[in-house]
Design a protein around this ligand. Sequence first.
Ligand code: ATP
Length: 241
Amino acid sequence: MSLLEIKKLDVRHGLLQAVRGVDLTVEKGETVALVGANGAGKTTLLRAIAGAHLPAGGSVHFDGVDITHIPAHSRVGLGVALVPEGRRLFSQMTVEENLILARSAGRKGPWTIDRVFEAFPNLVPRRKAKAGNLSGGEQQATAIGRALMTNPEILLLDEVSLGLSPLAVDRVYASLDTLIHGGTTIILVEQDLRRAMRVADRIVCMLEGKIVLEGKRGEITREQVSEAYFGLGSAKGRVHA
Ligand SMILES: Nc1ncnc2c1ncn2[C@@H]1O[C@H](COP(=O)(O)OP(=O)(O)OP(=O)(O)O)[C@@H](O)[C@H]1O
């Protein structure tokens, strides 16, 4: 049984159908990168998995449980954690307070404050700093740490590189590396195709709300993904009509 099984998922924003008949399965321990042009539906799909958007059709099963209509806060308790685009920290609270607050929403497990600070050592001297005064990279680390405090089975990362300097992106990915190789299941939305293809076990490309190409790292090329990204048709892989 796959950890996550999405079948024929439709998600609407009013009249606009942002996700169209998406089928996607994710195995335990896998890292999946969701790529695609602006407006392809990546964020909407990620947020639908987290329960932030309820679907108009289809189903989402997590660890064998039908969570299609379960609200976001209950999904956190089941082990689904979203690191949203823009981080959304409590800016007037300290790093530590942001982390402590997340603990109450989640499950018991190996992630504690001390372990988060071990995974993100650059946060240690910033422990008592207000989140609003952190650099972008520190804020991103805090946002990931906050999600980890809920002891997730699956971590959903939406554009962790956005707005960060190349050095800060490298730091964030170096910390993510520990999680990826430690067996955490991850779906990440990443605009940087080269980075996505370096870190992920599998690449899933969306176009206009549909998955148009899907393949394991090493089994698809950057050119194929680029073609699918821009809807240039000749890409091979799991192509959805
Ligand atoms: N809250 C919303 N209300 C209305 N339309 C929305 C909303 N969120 C997204 N959309 C629309 O849904 C479509 C998919 O957007 P989504 O943000 O999921 O795409 P994306 O692939 O994540 O793009 P980006 O890389 O720009 O974040 C777009 O046409 C977008 O304008």
